[in-house]
Write a protein that binds this ligand. Structure first.
Ligand SMILES: [Zn+2]
Length: 190
């Protein structure tokens, strides 16, 4: 299980998650800037079986099967934090520690592999915002969480490992230090 550890020098919590290193990638090293190496996309319709079960999905009026969605929200298969369990704080000397409880979800914004948030129909972009709202409203009820962040890595240079346009949501048991201080959050390799 992942773990939250507090940096005793600057007081910032850091997520230590070894599972994240196992996630797949469509991209090779950033330096080569080549795209689309993999022919298989876990977010495309028909490949629902490769992701964890849906938390939320939007579907049109025509019900044609499991692939008839227009937007899906699924747990991240390689989560930085785990949804199951209770928060347990522990400390060793000056080192604060907490088990890695949280939510880490993926919002697959469109069934189309080619579209992006910038090029999809405006109704689809609206649905993305509705999905954010719905998940925020639901996760806000969980007493373990103190902060929810929705973020999006667009493209390889932003740290994305899959081409198919998607956003991510992470619910944290702490308020990040930079948020408390009114600063900007910076993700590295998220
Ligand atoms: Zn795809």
């Amino acid at each position: 299980m992942s773990e939250l550890r507090k940096d005793p020098i600057i007081g910032r919590w850091v997520i230590i998650s070894t599972e994240r290193g196992k996630r797949p990638s469509d991209f090779v090293s950033p330096s080569s800037r080549r795209k689309k190496l993999s022919g298989f996309c876990p977010f495309c319709p028909g490949h629902e079986y490769t992701t964890p079960n849906e938390i939320l999905a939007f579907r049109g009026s025509q019900k044609t099967g499991p692939s008839d969605w227009t937007l899906r929200v699924v747990p991240n298969k390689f989560p930085a934090l785990q949804i199951e369990g209770e928060l347990e704080r522990a400390g060793e000397h000056i080192f604060g520690r907490m088990n890695g409880i949280g939510a880490h979800e993926v919002i697959v914004e469109t069934p189309s592999h080619e579209l992006s948030l910038a090029t999809m129909p405006s109704k689809s972009a609206e649905d993305v915002l509705w999905a954010f709202y719905s998940r925020l409203t639901d996760l806000k009820k969980d007493h373990r969480f103190q902060y929810i962040l929705i973020y999006k890595n667009e493209g390889e240079s932003a740290g994305s490992t899959l081409e198919h346009t998607h956003s991510q949501l992470i619910a944290l048991p702490i308020v990040p230090k930079r948020v408390q201080e009114g600063g900007r959050i910076c993700w590295l390799n998220s």
